[in-house]
Unconditional design. Structure first.
Length: 159
């Protein structure tokens, strides 16, 4: 077991070391979870294939005595098709973990949470702003216990 973990970590470090890495942030909107902020990264597997982990935090309605947290953790694969010099599009497929927590301090305090695993299907568009900065927009269906459509847009910076 220890050998498998070491081998996996070594491969991951090798992929990250030899790939072009981008990091970025943006806004997200979920059809069932509202507006939020997201961070993401992108690692080249090949010229056209990228792996993109991301995390989104969704803002929730402010209700006195009630606290709600909604977050999504995703790992997607993108396959790029160059349209023009500065534009490229990609289909995406991936996995997600959607975490929801609700707690109340009303008459009888309580706290509940759920973690749902699912699949992401969608696509996106990249626009090269400069050799270091890329704008992106993306739409994907998060297929899990609480299906929703998520739109995101932002910028990424090449390290």
């Amino acid at each position: 077991m220890r050998k498998n973990v070491f081998t996996t970590l070594a491969l991951l470090i090798a992929v990250v070391s030899f790939s072009q890495t981008k990091v970025g942030a943006g806004v997200v909107y979920g059809s069932e979870s509202d507006l939020g902020l997201g961070v993401k990264a992108s690692f080249d597997i090949s010229e056209k294939l990228k792996v993109s982990p991301s995390m989104s935090y969704f803002f929730t309605e402010s209700i006195p005595e009630l606290s709600t947290t909604m977050m999504s953790f995703d790992a997607d694969a993108h396959y790029f098709f160059k349209l023009k010099e500065k534009f490229s599009v990609y289909p995406l497929i991936g996995i997600n973990l959607f975490y929801t927590s609700v707690s109340s301090s009303l008459n009888s305090a309580y706290s509940v949470s759920s973690t749902d695993f699912g699949i992401n299907l969608g696509g996106g568009l990249n626009y090269t702003i400069s050799n270091k900065v890329t704008g992106f927009s993306e739409i994907k269906a998060m297929l899990n216990n609480g299906n929703q459509i998520v739109f995101s847009a932002g910028v990424m910076y090449s390290l």
